[in-house]
Design a protein around this ligand. Structure first.
Ligand code: AMP
Ligand code: ZN
Length: 486
């Protein structure tokens, strides 16, 4: 097991040696998407970064339980427990049931992440599937005296909590400044304190997603789901809690408060935050209107895009930046990534053609060491990419007959590429994948032709319908059969 991993902990504001509570087991919770609309590329950056972390922890010998939730209830438009419910609003707009919205965008989210070749989490719990756990947790917080009821809505009492705990522990802000910067309570407000936030919200007559609770019909506040589900699947104390940096100030701050008010324990030992994907310096977001969809990026169908870029090019572009640095989107940067990625894939395609000899001009161990050292230094993927380019240069030199390699060093080179390019970065060669798909399809079409010739229409129909269900449409003509993606 790799015991030299250092990671940056937002909680302590420094890099720390990673020492799991119960090695080799690691519990990691990452806040997932709010599935009322399509995920944009900024969201993808955060999930791709945690996929890298998940993969490297596994490579390091840890047994990771990776929990990433789906927020499918309780998300209001305003940050202050006000405004319309995002799901209900979208449901009205699309004339669907709220749970149809949830299903549609959950499936879309999975499709996008599959295109980026990320691994599925170990558990993907939903907020609507854990209403009971959330109610139980709210009851416990109330029993402990840190929450109060006002007209069917339950609020967390930040002032009371702050007497014993540090509400600003994660972001190191000054509580007085926070109070001064928060709108004063008006006559309409039910809250006692300006920073108080809702744990449970009373349903209005028109509220579509509602559940019964000891306080009447309502729905959970946004923050409680993550506290309840992380505790359920990882325990009151676990190793890593992550999400985008924008979540630290409110969502994660409130999560810590809820968990401490419930179990008197700080839930996660390490808090990790990924930095934002920006466009011309502005954070990519749905509300800013610059949040283009991964599909638009792949096809080039967006005013900001000069052409389309493949999923692996985009992923490579993201890996070329450290997860804690901002990453600014530009056509030029993606062009450069496209070239770099092709260079790496071309070198990889030559790897199997190299013929080893007795002696070697190259030693691969230093490159492997540098890659491990870089990943152990808070998952420094850009440094690893520089090393992979060095390995590519070695492959090209040998292939051009300008250098030689022994079978021992060649095996190490192959292992290096397998580990870092495929297993840890989760990259794949799209051209060879397409080539493989083409050959498989040619073979299947040929089998169907034989079936038809033998009047075995049951088999030929089965093939056609089977391909159709995978999104591949066959077209028969006099010249033969062709296919296209439906
Ligand atoms: P949401 O669906 O809005 O709850 O966001 C899902 C995740 O994406 C959260 O962890 C956010 O912090 C993250 N996120 C949102 N915008 C960006 C961005 N521009 N760059 C990177 N991560 C983001
Ligand atoms: Zn969360």
């Amino acid at each position: 097991m790799n015991t030299g991993l250092q990671l940056y902990n937002t909680l302590t504001r420094k890099k720390e040696l990673f020492e799991p509570l119960n090695a080799p087991h690691v519990g990691m919770y990452v806040c997932g998407p709010t599935v009322y609309s399509d995920v944009h590329l900024g969201n993808c950056r955060t999930f791709i970064s945690f996929d890298l972390i998940f993969r490297y922890l596994k490579y390091s010998g840890y047994k990771v339980r990776y929990v990433r939730n789906i927020t499918d209830a309780g998300h209001l438009e305003g940050d202050r427990d006000e405004g319309d419910d995002k799901f209900a609003k979208r449901a009205k707009l699309e004339q669907l049931e709220p749970m149809e919205i949830v299903q549609k965008y959950t499936l879309g989210f999975h499709d996008v992440l599959r295109m980026f070749n990320t691994l599925p989490p170990s558990i993907e719990p939903t907020a609507t599937g854990h209403i009971i756990e959330q109610i139980e947790m709210i009851k416990e917080i109330m029993n402990n005296g840190y929450a109060y009821e006002a007209n069917g809505t339950i609020y967390f009492d930040v002032e009371k909590y702050s007497k014993t705990f540090n509400y600003t522990i994660l972001t190191n802000r000054n509580l007085e400044d926070m109070l001064a910067n928060t709108r004063e309570l008006g006559g309409q407000d039910e809250k006692r304190g300006r920073l108080d936030f809702a744990l449970w919200i009373k349903a209005k007559p028109e509220t579509l997603m509602r559940w019964t609770s000891p306080w009447g019909e309502g729905f959970p506040g946004w923050h409680i789901e993550c506290s309840a589900m992380s505790a359920k699947y990882l325990g009151a104390e676990f190793d890593i809690h992550g999400g985008g940096m924008d979540l630290a100030a409110t969502h994660h701050t409130n999560e810590i408060a809820q968990s401490e008010a419930c179990s008197h324990k700080q839930p996660a030992k390490y808090w990790m935050h990924t930095n934002m994907l920006t466009v011309n310096g502005t954070r990519m977001s749905k509300s800013a209107g610059n949040g283009f969809l991964p599909e638009q990026l792949f096809t080039g169908d967006h005013e900001l895009l000069e052409k389309g870029f493949s999923p692996m090019t985009v992923k490579f572009f993201m890996l070329q930046a450290h997860y804690r640095s901002t990453l600014d989107f530009s056509n030029e940067a993606l062009d450069a990534s496209e070239k770099g990625f092709r260079r790496l894939m071309n070198a990889l395609s030559l790897l199997d053609k190299l013929v080893p000899v007795e002696s070697s001009d190259f030693e691969i161990d230093p490159i492997i060491d540098n890659c491990v050292k870089a990943m152990n230094d808070d998952f420094n993927s850009p440094v690893v990419i520089a090393e992979l380019f060095e390995a590519s240069r070695i492959i090209n030199t040998i292939h051009d007959g300008k250098g030689k390699i022994s079978s021992l060093e060649l095996d190490k080179l192959k292992q290096l590429m397998q580990d870092f390019v495929y297993d840890i970065f989760g990259l794949k060669d799209e051209e060879t994948s397409n080539l493989a798909l083409n050959s498989v399809l040619d073979m299947v079409i040929d089998l169907r032709k034989t079936a038809k010739e033998n009047k075995d229409y049951a088999t030929s129909d089965k093939i056609r319908l089977g391909l159709q269900s995978m999104g591949i449409q066959l077209k028969d003509s006099k010249e033969g059969t062709t296919w296209n993606k439906a």
